[in-house]
Ligand binder design. Sequence first.
Ligand code: VJV
Ligand code: CA
Ligand code: ZN
Length: 406
Amino acid sequence: DNGIARPKGYKVSYHYNSTVEDMHFGRTHPMKPWRLTLAKHLILGYGLQYAMDTHEALPASKEQVCAFHDPDYVDFLSEVAPETFDRLCQNPKFAKAVPPPHDADSVYLGPYNLSTSPGADCPVFADMSTYLFLYTGATLAASHQLTTGQSDIAVNWSGGLHHAHKSEASGFCYINDIVLSILEMLKVWPRVLYIDIDVHHGDGVEEAFQRQPRVMTLSFHRFGTYDDTGHKFFPGTGDITDIGLRSTHGEHFALNVPISSGIDDRQYNYLFTSVVGQAVKAFNPSAIVLQCGADSLGGDRLGQFNINIKQHGECVRFVKSLNVPLLLLGGGGYTARNVARAWCHETALATDNELPDAIPLDFIPRPEAFQGRGHGDGKLFPAFVRSHPNYCSNSDLENMVKKIDW
Ligand code: VJV
Ligand code: CA
Ligand code: ZN
C-alpha cells in the first residue's frame, strides 16, 4: 500500500500522450519534452495514477485549431517538417507571412517565425506536426472533461504554450492550446480566469483576450532588462500599466505583475495570494485555467527566480481552494528533474495527496536523475543549490499590489 487515495467528493483527470515526450527540438535547445517522461516516472512511482482517471490524448483536428489560429498558419503547421520546409516556403499561400530575415542572434527565420536553424527559438524539427496537434489535443480533452462536468480538475503537463500568436510561433510555442481551451470554456461559462506562473509573460493569451471582459488574464513574470547586456527579458511585454484595451470593454481584464530577478518564496506567496485573492473577488470566475510553468523555480536554466517547489505548489493549492472547475497546464521549465518534481507534487495536490520527501527510487526507471548532490539527493523537495541575488524589496512589492488597479 503506497497510501495514495482518490480525492473525496471530486474528480481529477490526467491527460497525456507518451509520443509527445520523445520529441526533440534540437540537441541543445532548452525545451526538453523528455522532462514529461521524468514527471511521469515520479507520478507513477508514487502511485498517483490510482488517484485519478488517466486519458491518452488524441491529436486535435485542424478545424479545432482554427478556432483561434489563422487557417493558412494551421495548414503550414500541419504540413511542415525539416524536409518540406523549403518547398512550403515557395508556396505563394505562405509567402504573405513575410518574416523579419533574422532574429536577435542573426538566426535565419522563415514564415511564421519558424526556422530550420537549430539555434532558433521555434525550430522546425522531425515529427513536429505530430507533437503540436497532440499537446493541443490533450488540452482540449482536458477542457472537455471540465465543460461536461466529468472532471472537477483536469491536468495536461504537456500544454500551456502561452506565447503562440494567431499566425505566428513564438518562444518555443506554436499552437496556443490555452486560448483554444478558454474559447471552449466560454461556450458554457460566462467568465474564465487565466493565471500564469511561468517566469515569462503570458503574452499570447493576453493578446487574444485583451479586447473583451469575459476572460481575465493574470500573469506573474520576470520583467526588465539584464544588467550586463541591456536586453529585455523575453518577451518584453507585461508591464504593470498593461491592463487590457479600453476601446472594446477589455480594460481592467488583463493584469500583470512584473517582477525583478531573485524573488523568494515568502515574497512570491505575498504577491500571489494578494493579487489572485483580489482578482477572484472582483471577477468571480466560473472556471480557472492555471498555467504552471516551472521555469519560475530557483535553479532553472532560463528563469531568474528563487522559488522552491513547495511554494510553486502553494499557488496550485491556493487556486484549488477556490473550488471552481480548474484546468492545470504545464509550460516552461528547463531544469528537467525539478520540472518533474514540481508537476508530480502538483498532481498530488490536485488529488489531495501528500507525498513523502523521499522519492521511491526503487520504483522509478531512472533513479539516478534524482540522486546525488546537485541532483536533489533523492528528495522531492530539495533546497536549491544556486540562487540569484534578490532584487525585490518588500516595499516595492507592497507598492505594486497597491498599484494594481481594481
Ligand atoms: O530571448 C529570446 C529571443 C532571442 C532570439 C532567439 N535566440 C535563440 C534567443 C534570444 C530574443 N527568446 C527566449 C524565449 C523564451 C521562451 C520561453 C517559453 C516559455 O517558457 O514561456 C513557455 C514554454 C529565449 N530565452 C532563451 C532562449 N530563448 C534560448 C533559445 C535557444 C537556445 C538557448 C536559449 C534555442 C536554441 C538553442 N539554444 C540551441
Ligand atoms: Ca507568467
Ligand atoms: Zn517560460
